[in-house]
Each structure stands twice: as structure tokens, then as C-alpha cells.
Design a protein around this ligand. Structure first.
Ligand code: FRU
Length: 519
């Protein structure tokens, strides 16, 4: 029998059903993060438009609706009640008329200064960069929503801010209460400057001042954030600036400045590290010194009764983001982090801690009360500890010399090593033999963070997911975030240390349950 066109259609349909049935289930594929945000499929980069409104945290994100590499940039969208469990919503803002939707922010226009509000409800207003694809031009655009962010209208008067530049992007808007005006921080990437503007209505913007170049200037500047924080009873201002290259672990990263903002000008605190003549890169402060923390900004409009300043970054690096071996999605966000400003001997510094709500996704704790590294490894084996979604805190006993650490995702010739190097005074993450590493020559081996007291007790809180390790050193004074792509059966956990006596003074570990899959 010769198959009729009708038969062929059936055969094709059957083949499609079969291939869907055999494909991995969503959120159960190899390396699929279980408590980090990922889009169901396709490419994602920066978090955008993070805002809390009417019981929901919104997350928009740089998204390619058409593929798993960077392109056709649009805003993907999801909402959550707890910043851990997310509901995916349709694409909020799409590339249109040769204008891509680049990074930006959303505010609740409580006083309806923009006039877009309806029925006595404040509008959500997005300020984002319109990136022209047919000419070298970027400018700031506005869109608004009057239905809790479900649908968006691009403003007829776009652009709302245009200085005729090829590179001018990533507006972050805040309400500046003392002056009763909106303030925008926006990157002038090639100049290594952040420009500040103000506005009474989110539509007309007046230039105030520029900050930079300062700190790390090797790479272009992107994705600023500006927010106040209390320290020792005083309000200080933090300016976060992402840099396209030259970050401590190589490639892109996130620096910050502490200082003051008077409604017009940002002035950096004298305690910011000074430039040393002859030093290769300028001195800078970093939100995270690992390779995979970029474009981090904070949620707007978190209720004052909560009071937290919550940041989230894109967990990748422009050096290899397009090549990481995951499918059908590419890239995850970091765990949301609670920021605090801490007084240190060197001056006010940011500390970060994993979102408190993570405790709601934790299973029962297992504990090791202290001993040698070999005893700790034997305990881990007996306890059935396996690398995967875990919240693991290891405290290393004080030691004058040598090193100690924990090996994760251990298997045949594979390991990811998180350690303390007493001689160099560093916390270290090494992924040289962490699994799939060959997809890019720039998927680097090491990242380090300085220890305030190299010989003292060191506590490492490690959040492990299917393809990432986030290390919070000594209560979050430093953080190290790195992607890893271990083989499926590389799951052992081992402790090691160069000292004879007790190396590990304490281990507490809890499994993290999936925020995506029903148990
Ligand atoms: C940062 C960035 C932004 C830009 C966006 C484009 O990762 O380069 O400056 O708006 O990504 O996707």
C-alpha cells in the first residue's frame, strides 16, 4: 500500500507524540536546577523589572522566545508569593519594529504621577532600554500595566530618554522620598559611568550627574542599582555596577560602591579601596567573587514591614553563557539574597545571605559534631549524603597553616572543591575537574575570596543545586558562585584537610526539596 497524504500526516503526528513522550520531563532533565529560577525552555540572561505588588513578587528577565542562544531580546515573566516557587506567565514585552527589549526596571507608581493609573489603582511602570537592531542606537522606553503586570502597553511617546548614543542602557528607577521625585540610574557602558536623572512623572527625565570611572574599569559598565541601607544608625547609599569583564574570577561580575546620594550626586565613601599605582585592575568591592554572578539588582517596593533588600543575579558569565551544555533551557538565576550593610574595620561593606524562605524548602537536618576530615568523610558516607540540592554548612576548626575543604559531586575523576587555604588566606572554589568543562576554554578553574581571619574558625554555607554551587563565607562577608556540570553519578561528598587533629568542628546539612516538581 502506498501511504496516502492522510497516512503520512498520521505517521508524523505519531512520531511527534512519541518524541515528546520520550523527551525528559520539564524540570527533571539533567542539570535542571531544583530551587533556582529557570525558564521552561530557551535562553535567559539578566533579571529585570523586579517588583513586589499586591502579594506577588514579579520577575521579568531577558529572554529569547525563539531560541536557546542570545537574541530577539524580550521580557520573560514569572510571579511568586515567596521568591522560591514561581508561576510562569506569557512573555510580557516583545521585540517589535526592530527594537529589542533590553534590561530595565519596574516601579509601582503609587501616586499615579505618570497618569497611567486606572480605577484608583496605581499602574506598574517599566523603564527599559530599547535596543535598535537596524542602527547603532539605544534609548530608554516606558511601558505600563494596569492589570497586575499581566498585560503591558508601550508608551506612545517612546523613547522617554534619548541622548543619541549607541550604548546607553539598563535604567533602574527608584522613588527618592526626600526630594519627592523619581531617580533613574542608567549605564553609559563605554565611558564606565553611571548617569543619574530625575523625573516628576516617569516620562520626562532631567540629567543630574554622572558617577565614574571608578573601581573596576577594565570592562564596560552595565545594569546599575542604587538603594539606601542602614548601618550603625545611619543611612548610606549603595551603588551596584556590573562590569562586562575584569571581574575577580575572569569575565563578567558585579561590583559595588558605598557612599551617599543627596538626590543629585553619588559620592563614594573614603573607605573605598584605593588605587595602587602599577596595579593591573583598579581596586573594587564585589558582591560575589565567583565566576557566575552578574547583572544583580534588587526588588523594588518590598513592603516596609518586611524591610529587606533582596538581590538576585544572573547565574552565568558572558564568557561562556551561550555555550553551557543544558537543554532545553539555558541559564538560571542565583538564589535570592538578603543584603545587609555591615560596619567592618575597613569601612561599611555589603554582606549577603540566602533568602530566609529557603528554610521552608528544607528537609530534616543531619549533623556531624566534629572530628578529623577522615571521620567527617566516613560520617557523610554513613549518613548517605549525596551531592544534589542541599543546604550544607561546614565549620572548619582554627588552623595556622595548610588547607581543608569539602569535595562535592565526587565521582570517577570528577570533583568540585570548596576549600579554605590558610597560607594564602583565601576561600577557594575549584571546578577544574567538575565534569563537563570542555564546552568553552574560558570556563575557568578557580575563584577565590579573602578571609578576614585566615587562621580562625571558618564557616562555609554552601547551597548546592544540580548545576551550581553558591558559597557564603563567614556569614556572607564574601560569596562565591560557580556553575558546574557533573556527570549524573558523581554524587559523593568528602571532607579533606592537611592537619592531623580535628579539622571539621561542625557540619549541618539539609536536603532542599524541589520548588518545581511535585514530590
Ligand atoms: C547585561 C546586558 C545588558 C543588556 C542586556 C541585553 O548582561 O548586556 O547591559 O541590557 O544584557 O540582553
Amino acid at each position: 500500500m502506498t501511504p496516502s497524504p492522510h497516512h503520512l500526516t498520521w505517521l508524523i503526528a505519531l512520531a511527534a507524540v512519541f518524541s515528546v513522550a520520550t523527551a525528559a520531563e520539564p524540570y527533571r532533565e539533567p542539570w535542571r536546577p531544583q530551587f533556582h529560577f529557570t525558564p521552561p525552555k530557551n535562553w535567559m540572561n539578566d533579571p529585570n523589572g523586579m517588583v513586589y505588588y499586591d502579594g506577588e513578587y514579579h520577575l521579568f528577565y531577558q529572554y529569547n522566545p525563539e531560541g536557546d542562544k542570545w537574541g530577539h531580546m524580550s521580557w520573560g515573566h514569572a510571579v511568586s508569593k515567596d521568591l522560591l516557587h514561581w508561576e510562569h506567565l506569557p512573555v510580557a514585552l516583545r521585540e517589535e519594529n526592530d527594537v529589542m527589549i533590553f534590561s530595565g526596571s519596574v516601579v509601582v507608581d503609587w501616586k499615579n504621577t505618570s497618569g497611567f493609573g486606572q480605577d484608583h489603582k496605581p499602574p506598574l511602570v517599566a523603564l527599559y532600554t530599547g535596543h535598535h537592531t537596524q542602527k547603532p542606537h539605544q534609548e530608554q522606553h516606558l511601558a505600563y500595566s494596569t492589570d497586575r503586570g499581566r498585560t503591558w502597553t508601550k508608551c506612545a511617546g517612546n523613547p522617554v530618554l534619548d541622548i543619541g548614543e549607541k550604548d546607553f542602557r539598563d535604567p533602574k528607577v527608584i522613588w527618592h522620598a526626600p526630594s519627592g521625585r523619581w531617580v533613574m540610574a542608567v549605564a553609559w557602558p563605554v565611558n564606565r559611568q553611571i548617569r543619574f536623572y530625575d523625573s516628576p512623572d516617569l516620562r520626562t527625565w532631567t540629567h543630574l550627574s554622572d558617577f565614574g570611572p571608578a573601581g573596576s574599569v577594565e570592562g564596560i559598565w552595565e545594569c546599575p542599582d542604587l538603594f539606601p541601607m542602614e548601618v550603625e544608625g545611619k543611612t548610606r547609599w549603595v551603588l551596584v555596577v556590573s562590569v562586562g569583564s575584569g571581574a575577580p574570577a575572569g569575565g563578567s561580575g558585579c561590583q559595588y560602591f558605598v557612599g551617599d546620594f543627596d538626590g543629585e550626586t553619588f559620592t563614594v565613601d573614603p573607605s573605598h579601596p584605593k588605587e595602587t599605582p602599577g596595579q593591573k585592575d583598579d581596586p573594587a568591592l564585589w558582591l560575589d567573587r565567583g565566576p557566575d554572578f552578574y547583572a544583580a539588582v534588587t526588588w523594588s517596593d518590598v513592603p516596609s514591614r518586611d524591610g529587606r533588600r533582596i538581590a538576585m543575579g544572573w547565574m552565568s558569565n558572558w564568557q561562556y553563557a551561550n555555550d553551557v551544555p543544558t537543554t532545553p533551557w539555558r541559564s538560571a538565576m542565583t538564589v535570592p539574597r538578603e543584603l545587609s550593610l555591615v560596619a567592618t574595620k575597613a569601612g561599611p561593606r555589603l554582606a549577603s545571605a540566602p533568602l530566609r524562605e529557603l528554610s521552608t524548602a528544607r528537609g530534616p537536618a543531619q549533623r556531624f559534631g566534629g572530628g578529623t576530615a577522615a571521620e567527617a568523610t566516613a560520617w557523610a558516607k554513613k549518613a548517605g549524603l549525596r551531592s544534589g540540592p542541599l543546604d550544607l554548612t561546614v565549620t572548619f576548626a582554627p588552623a595556622a597553616r595548610g588547607n581543608a575543604g569539602v569535595k562535592l559531586f565526587v565521582g570517577d575523576n570528577e570533583e568540585t572543591v570548596v576549600s579554605v587555604d590558610r597560607d594564602k588566606g583565601l576561600a577557594v572554589i575549584e571546578r577544574t575537574r567538575s565534569g563537563a568543562v570542555g564546552f568553552s576554554p574560558r570556563f575557568g578553574g578557580f575563584a577565590t575570596a579573602p578571609l578576614a581571619d585566615p587562621a580562625g574558625k571558618v564557616t562555609l554555607r554552601i547551597l548546592l543545586d544540580e548545576c551550581s554551587v553558591e558559597v557564603f563565607v563567614n556569614g556572607g562577608a564574601e560569596a562565591l558562585t560557580a556553575l558546574v556540570f557533573p556527570s549524573g553519578d558523581s554524587r559523593a561528598v568528602e571532607l579533606f584537610g592537611s592537619s592531623e587533629g580535628p579539622t571539621v568542628s561542625d557540619i549541618e546539612v539539609r536536603p532542599l526539596t524541589s520548588c518545581w516538581n511535585p514530590e
